[in-house]
Design a protein around this ligand. Sequence first.
Ligand code: FES
Length: 413
Amino acid sequence: MAMSVSLLSTAAVATIACLLLPNLLLYLLRYYSQDQSLKGNHQVADVNDENSASVSQEPDVSEGWWTSEQHLALEKRALFSKAWIQTAHVSSFPKSGAYVSVNTPAGYPIFLVKGKDDVIRAFHNVCRHRAYTITTKPTGSSLVLGCRYHGWSYDTKGKLVKAPKFENVPGFDKEANSLFEVKCVTNGSGLVLVNLDFEESAPEPPLLEWLGVTSTMTVQDKWEVEGAFNWKLAESASCFDITAVDSAPASVFAALHLAYWSSSYRHSQELLLSHVVSSSRSGAALLLDITPLSAGKCNVSCTLLSSQKSTMEPDSINKTKSEVTASVMELERIYQDIKVTGATMDVQGQQTILADVVKHAKAERAAGKKMYPATRQDAVSATCKIADEICSELEAGAASSACGTATASSLAW
Ligand code: FES
């Protein structure tokens, strides 16, 4: 009985989904065709409007789902700025002050840093003075994070600890000029997730305890693969079945210890833009994090982890790399087919993405403007602007001791 109710429920959900999908598609089509107030003259600015003046032609709506830069810009606002994104494994932070710079899929650079309290925090990689980049290297270690331009420096909790020439400016408040923190959690598997949404109502982070990844694993290898495909094609559990991860471990001890285990290969795609492949037999796990570079190009960042008692044979690592490359080539082939044949939504996992995109598009239409959940309007505070103006006046009067005269090299760290 319970099973029949379950089957009925499944059938009902499937029927409702089939009925709703055309309406959602229609809404999206209307969003493009009616949104002249946002687009203007059939041209639309890219998501990085703040940083770039690039403008693209309005795309062919029927193909936009897979190929439109405009649609990718909407997806950055609607999805990547709100979702929990996998950024690193805890083993990338061996000591306090260790940091990792990340270019998020939403287009916002952030960095993650481990504090003296062993908590990993994330911040927008933007100085509160004049918005220059704080960490310029992919990884590094420092308990004081200094901006190279005018010497402002921050601690590992993002607090402004030094602001040369601003210390005595009336009304300047150090407390009000901390780095913008990004929601960040390290889950039980040792995966560090971030959510760029500034809203308090952002969803709770997923636990992801069943992925076969542990916090004691260490990085065995890291590499990147670039592929010509749309990121949504990789939102399917059927891609990236990397079976070489299941290869027997190199250590004889580990091989004997694990000889009685049957293979426990897992492939999970629980988070947007991320796949996790793991095997209890080999004690290895592969993290695959996808960053869209454009509507038709993605970067796949690969992190191969291993448990302390087992390391993979070089041959198995090479096979793993070959399988990842082959999977990317298959995605490229499917993408080319879609571009030629015009195939549309008949790909696994697209309905959920569509529903979230449509929901955000509706909110933008109601607001009459584009909405950027990851952007703070007060990126440079009013007080700081006033203080900067005062500083500039001082600078004009005493060039040799001016605010901005410190050279990059003298302040680099
Ligand atoms: S921009 Fe960072 S100190 Fe001026």
